[in-house]
Design a protein around this ligand. Structure first.
Ligand code: FAD
Length: 545
């Protein structure tokens, strides 16, 4: 592919943005097939979110056997230490991947993609990067694959006087790589999503004082962490590779046992329902969320039953009734499970400790930030460190800030100004030879990361091989097909309770962002059938030149 006359000798077949699961999978597969490929990664090492999210307690919430690549039997000589590994273990795992596959040599680190422009004459993307220690690098590539993940762009709320704070201010996803000690410090945590919960549990162990500023109560489920010894790993390995293969048949790309109960909540007697709830609760992990009654995420009454059970469990753990009411209010702020469900190990217990406070900033909004701390309801909370666990401009944020411009001078942020628009979560019409992996309008946040990285990655590999075989230089999705896909995504989401929450799934955590479901909610198997049809049809909904 690299020897067309109008192409500079250094032009790549494929440029990939991002060295997480998605980018690494594609790099290895495409390189094996003889494509010239290079990853451009803004961070200083591989691992994607596991490079950035090195805050105390950062941990995987998917069960470990499933949260890994099946590629080239990488699991054969790898032992997992914990059922839900922490960031340090994930980094060792990425080193293991690199040791086996030798990926680092084809990755340009400290290389943020600042812009990419499609050149219609050359039929190439001109990708420009820069980093802290590097000047601008320009590279031509025939295809550009965006593997920038769904949570690469941290979100910091726009408080006018946040800069007044005189202590250490740190977003969880930009935690210092050489660490930041919480010991004996006065810590504040702003935000109670999955990251906020994880830091709070660790901070409570060693902080002089911890204040959790809660806007919306997190509906956490018990993690039920376990350490895994040699024997446990042997047993686990016996289930591979079948279990890894079967992930693609599961709604969330995980364990085949994690399936919704094929029954409506009210069809079960109260006794039967409570027994099922208790069973799911004791299994831990995402079971209570993703293996509950089939209508839990689509029927308000069914959802209320699940919420009532969850609330009872939480209140048993918190000794102060007023604190318990803030953590698990009688009236849910949104339906259960319509925001990303965090897993916890000691989150609810920490509020029984003398060194931990909970502040309800929904009821008493933050008044101001000052040199010494945060002022709420007339009281200043003096802090040494303020942790911003305020999440991400998820799914689209890192794509729209990349300045992707098509041959007509239109940028993707202009195209998506009023809402995201992709064809099958794989590409966007008007932007030829550009693909996404683990991006918007595909299962993404509802799918186990590595499973989708492999499944979607494989679709792209097949597609690029097909184009190469036929000498096709340009591929672009048909606009009307894209419109249908957007409509299908919207209709699927409207059959669920997800639109009732102001979640990042819905883009609603970012002021001014269009509120819309940003992921495909039909589940991974249905999505993969769509991709398979596209492969089989010879990319019928694309213009190929
Ligand atoms: P990422 O891992 O996000 O990697 C994207 C890479 O792209 C990053 O390294 C980033 O630096 C780089 N990048 C972005 N923009 C640019 C640019 N302009 N130029 C250059 N480089 C760029 N998913 C699960 O399934 N289970 C879990 O338990 C789970 N836990 C999570 C915990 C945390 C704290 C977070 C933040 C996410 C979690 N996720 C989880 C989601 C996670 O994103 C996926 O599991 C997985 O990491 C996706 O891999 P990826 O390669 O697609 O993206």
């Amino acid at each position: 592919m690299n020897n067309e006359s109008n192409v500079t000798p250094t032009a790549l077949d494929v440029a990939i943005v991002g060295a997480g699961f998605s980018g690494l999978y594609l790099l290895d597969r495409l390189r094996d097939l003889g494509f010239t490929v290079r990853i451009f990664e803004g961070g200083s090492d591989l691992g994607g979110i596991w490079h950035w999210n090195c805050y105390p307690g950062a941990r995987v919430d998917s069960t470990v056997g499933y949260y890994q690549l099946a590629l080239k039997n990488l699991w054969v000589n790898w032992d997992w230490e914990e059922k839900f590994p922490g960031w340090q273990e994930m980094r060792r795992y990425f080193d293991h991947i690199d040791e086996k596959l030798g990926l680092r040599k084809d990755i340009e680190f400290d290389a943020w993609v600042r812009s990419a422009k499609y050149d219609e004459d050359k039929k190439m993307w001109l990708v420009k990067t820069s980093g802290k220690s590097k000047g601008e690098i320009s590279t031509y590539a025939k295809f550009l694959i965006i593997c920038s993940g769904h949570c690469s762009k941290p979100y910091i709320p726009n408080y006018q006087d946040l800069g007044e704070f005189g202590g250490v201010l740190c977003h969880t996803a930009r935690w210092p790589q050489n660490g930041l000690s919480l010991k004996k410090k006065r810590i504040g945590i702003l935000g109670t999503g999955a990251s906020g919960i994880q830091v709070a549990q660790e901070a409570a162990k060693e902080a002089r004082h911890l204040t959790v500023f809660q806007r919306t109560p997190a509906m956490c489920l018990p993690m039920r962490q376990k350490t895994l010894d040699k024997e446990a790993n042997k047993r686990l390995r016996r289930t591979f590779p079948k279990a890894l293969e079967e992930r693609a048949l599961n709604f969330g790309g995980v364990d085949k046992d994690m399936v919704f109960i094929p029954q409506k909540t009210i069809e079960a007697s109260e006794k039967e329902r409570l027994a099922n709830y208790e069973r799911l609760w004791s299994l831990g992990g995402f079971y209570f969320w993703l293996a509950n009654y089939e209508d839990m995420l689509s029927d308000e009454k069914a959802n209320e039953c699940a919420y009532a059970f969850w609330r009872g469990k939480v209140r048993e753990r918190v000794s102060n009734p007023a604190t318990a009411e803030v953590l698990a209010p009688l009236k849910p702020p949104h339906p259960f499970g319509t925001k990303r469900v965090p897993l916890e190990q000691s989150y609810y217990d920490i509020f029984n400790q003398d060194n931990v406070d909970l502040v309800d900033i929904k009821k008493y909004p933050i008044e101001s930030f000052s040199k010494s701390g945060v002022r709420v309801d007339g009281k200043t909370f003096r802090l040494d460190i303020l942790v911003l666990a305020t999440g991400f401009d998820a799914l689209t944020g890192c794509i729209t800030t990349m300045n992707l411009e098509n041959g007509n001078g239109v940028t993707i942020q202009e195209k998506w100004e009023d809402g995201v628009s992709t064809y099958q979560g794989i590409c966007s019409s008007g932007f030829p030879n550009l693909f996404f992996s683990y991006g918007p309008q595909s299962p993404t946040a509802f799918s186990n990361g590595p499973t989708q990285a492999e499944c979607q990655g494989e679709y792209l590999v097949k597609c690029l091989e097909y184009l190469r075989r036929r000498g096709i230089q340009r591929i672009e999705a048909v606009k009307s097909a894209e419109e249908q896909w957007c409509k299908a995504c919207e209709e699927l989401a409207n059959d669920t309770l997800f639109p009732l929450a102001d979640s990042w799934y819905m883009g609603a955590n970012i002021p001014g962002k269009t509120k819309e479901m940003l992921c495909y909610t039909g589940g991974l198997p249905a999505y993969l059938r769509v991709l398979e049809e596209s492969n089989q049809s010879g990319y019928a909904d694309y213009c190929l030149e």
